[in-house]
Design a protein around this ligand. Structure first.
Ligand code: GAR
Length: 217
């Protein structure tokens, strides 16, 4: 049973999917703390409804990133977390924070990394004209959205998509793959080998593919 700390900055729909997966037994673990760097966000209400302790630690109250991250790390260590999950947490963590939880910080990003790291990535995918985008769960390293990839999901992108439409299409898959990644971690089935994450029990499927526009068009 792993102890999970979740960092949020917004609506917390990914937090919800993680809490639900814990309750359903799909993750062998429990969310023991939710920390938001922004007051009044809906994620905090979700935590309260789920009976999970939460705190606001506002980056604006600290002189620099080191001091803010030190406070975050302290709060998470006090809760004895085994895994830190960033779920719409819009801050970049310092190397000293990451050294406190080596190989134990995950993030979800709404694009197919390494394409479109950073911000406003759904609009960037539409503007670029890619045929597919998706979402990525990865371990966090010292770069921005550069860490070893655990799981990805793919959706088609259409030239007429609005940013909101693509966001919703991707978000539906985020809610499926983030709990899956955490579930695999909780079962001890993930190991990091340099840039690569080895998933124990993963078999190849030489026939799997996606084509957009479809060949039958
Ligand atoms: C999600 O789409 C997540 O992938 C993204 O923020 C959204 C949070 O939604 N994260 C990032 O862009 C991280 N750079 P949520 O608060 O409803 O989970």
């Amino acid at each position: 049973m792993i102890r999970i700390g979740v960092l949020v900055s917004g609506s917390g729909s990914n937090l919800q999917s993680i809490m639900d997966a814990c309750a359903a037994g799909e993750i062998d673990g429990t969310v023991v703390m939710v920390i938001s760097n922004v007051e009044g966000v809906y994620a905090l209400e979700r935590a309260e409804r789920g009976g999970i302790p939460s705190r606001v630690i506002s980056h604006a109250d600290y002189p620099d990133r080191e001091a803010f991250d030190a406070e975050l790390a302290k709060a998470l260590l006090e809760c004895r977390v085994d895994l830190v999950c960033l779920a719409g947490f819009m801050r970049v963590l310092t190397p000293s924070f990451l050294r406190t939880f080596p190989g134990r910080v995950m993030n979800i990003h709404p694009a197919l990394l390494p394409s479109f790291p950073g911000l406003h990535v759904r609009q960037k995918a539409i503007d670029y004209g890619v045929r597919f985008s998706g979402c990525t769960v990865h371990f966090v390293d010292e770069g921005v959205d550069t860490g070893p990839i655990i799981i990805q999901a793919v959706v088609p992108v259409y030239p007429q998509d609005t940013e909101e439409e693509l966001k919703e299409r991707i978000l539906r898959l985020e809610h499926r793959i983030y709990p899956k990644a955490i579930g695999l971690f909780s079962q001890g089935r993930l190991s990091i080998d340099g840039r690569r994450v080895v998933v124990r029990g993963l078999a190849k499927d030489e026939t799997a593919c996606l084509i957009n526009p479809p060949l039958g068009l």
